[in-house]
Design a protein around this ligand. Structure first.
Ligand code: ZN
Ligand code: ZN
Length: 68
């Protein structure tokens, strides 16, 4: 498992589903599109529509185009 990125900041969060562990599946708050206190991701950086995220649950790092 990867360590949490040193640039990860709890104050910078994004609510997007993790493609690796999918821990948000079945969560009532996430399904409803509400701000979930459990299933959020570190927002490491963003460039235009592309955000660089890390999941605090499984430490998976990925890029996601939010314009789609
Ligand atoms: Zn994950
Ligand atoms: Zn949730």
């Amino acid at each position: 498992m990867l360590p949490i990125d040193p640039h990860a900041d709890r104050a910078r969060r994004a609510w997007l589903p993790c493609p690796h562990c999918r821990d948000q599946d079945g969560c009532e708050a996430c399904t409803a599109g509400r701000t979930c206190h459990v299933h959020w991701r570190y927002l490491l950086s963003s460039k235009g529509h592309v955000v660089h995220l890390q999941c605090p649950n499984c430490a998976h790092v990925w890029d996601q185009d939010t314009s789609r």
